[in-house]
Design a protein around this ligand. Structure first.
Ligand code: 6CS
Length: 352
């Protein structure tokens, strides 16, 4: 009797499974008989932590790609710290281990001398809008693209992340104030060269080591946009912020060159459609992040803030001009054309 009961139970279970196998709507069964192809994964490595400008760019890009491809492409985001420091991330893209990454000129100019153009102070237009127009100039982009391609990379976008602010244990109102100051710089030699023109003692190091180095007194100051100072808590271990409006932090979004060239038309279209409109999106984001976080830093009461006057800025501008020669030495003839193009665009916009 018991055996007959068990037999009936097994039969009921099998029938149930069979019936549900015939149903299109049952998730468990869809899993057993998949008719959808697995989504393609694009790995995207960031030089910044969650909640940063780069993270906002990547999250929006992920959302757009997923929507455009109807889920056929999924972007996996690796925030800073999960797979390496900036030079490692660029190397991973060059080796084809990740598809996309952020590559900041302050680091990548070591590999791509043309990227050093973004490290030169008082060169690009002052207003956000004019700067955006300059970064979108097709002649400039073609010249830059060649530099990125020589390194096995495809330059996909340039992302301005806000004005660099100097933080230190003192206000920096003239190049004399930099005298003997150990300034942490990003790792590209040209970045160090710029601070040397002002009399500082540059100390190149990865982003992840800056907080401890400031706290332990291994360096006296550093330079980054307000949002980064706040999210990395540099304001906790520094006493004065100086706003020189000398250089913007501009990051590049890159992919592996061969991967990009081998994308089929459909994937290339999704990629290009997702990128369209991103400059306007991220400009709005970076402005909000920088404004809000600067406000938070000031409210914390842990650090004071000084803005340079135009006369003070002029002294820094003049002192920094030899860095343009260092750029030209590194970036050669193409660098010269890049510099001339930026100068001419900036002049048209009423700067430089
Ligand atoms: O200072 C740095 O190294 C970093 N700063 C920012 C704002 N983004 C990434 C970069 O590596």
């Amino acid at each position: 009797m018991k055996a007959r009961q068990n037999g009936a139970l097994v039969l009921a279970m099998v029938s149930c499974l069979f019936l549900s196998a015939c149903s299109d709507n049952d998730d468990a069964v869809t899993g057993l008989f998949p008719d959808e192809p697995e989504p393609e994964i694009w790995r995207f490595a960031l030089e910044e932590i969650g909640g940063s400008v780069q993270d906002a760019w990547a999250q929006e890009f992920r959302r757009r790609i997923s929507e455009l491809s109807e889920g056929q492409v999924q972007v996996e985001i690796y925030p800073y710290g999960s797979i390496g420091t900036s030079p490692h991330l660029t190397q991973l893209v060059e080796d084809g281990r990740v598809h996309l990454a952020f590559a900041s000129p302050g680091h990548v100019a070591d590999d791509i001398p043309e990227a050093g153009i973004f490290l030169l102070p008082f060169l690009f237009p002052e207003s956000d809008e004019a700067n955006r127009r300059t970064l979108a100039d097709s002649e400039l982009l073609t010249l830059l693209q060649s530099g990125w391609q020589d390194a096995g990379l495809q330059l996909l976008d340039l992302v301005p992340e806000g004005w660099m602010i100097w933080t230190a244990d003192r206000p920096i109102q003239s190049p004399d104030d930099f005298d003997g100051l150990r300034m942490r710089t990003m790792t590209a030699p040209l970045q160090a060269e710029v601070f040397r023109t002002w009399g500082a003692e540059p100390v190149p190091m990865p982003y992840s080591e800056v907080y401890d180095a400031l706290q332990l007194g291994q360096v006296d100051g550093q330079s980054n946009p307000a949002f980064a100072i706040a999210e990395m808590n540099f304001h906790e271990v520094q006493s004065v912020m100086t706003v020189p409006r000398a250089t913007r932090f501009v990051a590049s979004v890159v992919s592996n060159r061969d991967w990009y060239r081998n994308l089929d038309d459909r994937h290339r279209q999704w990629l290009n459609a997702a990128r369209a409109g991103m400059p306007e999106f991220i400009d709005e984001v970076q402005r909000n992040y920088n404004r809000r976080r600067l406000q938070q830093i000031r409210e914390s009461g842990r650090i004071t803030m000084e803005r340079l006057t135009d006369e003070q800025r002029e002294r820094f501008r003049e002192a920094s001009l030899p860095a343009r020669d260092s750029f030209l030495e590194r970036a050669g003839e193409r660098g010269e054309r890049i510099l001339q193009r930026v100068q001419s665009l900036s002049r048209d916009e009423g700067a430089d």
